[in-house]
Design a protein around this ligand. Sequence first.
Ligand SMILES: [Zn+2]
Length: 62
Amino acid sequence: MVKCSFCGTDIPKGTGKILVKTDGKILNFCSSKCEKNLLKLKRKPREHKWTAMSRAERGKTD
Ligand SMILES: [Zn+2]
């Protein structure tokens, strides 16, 4: 199981999108929403409350 590189959601095999960058880094995306946010809008996952990274950072405050 791989996790979305942006929001941290588990991506079931056969779904989502895998992007291999020229420097060898592999990015997994669960949806085009995450792909757009990371690549096009250059957003940081922790700045968005719908990502696992920001959820972990905020702890139980939700
Ligand atoms: Zn995602």
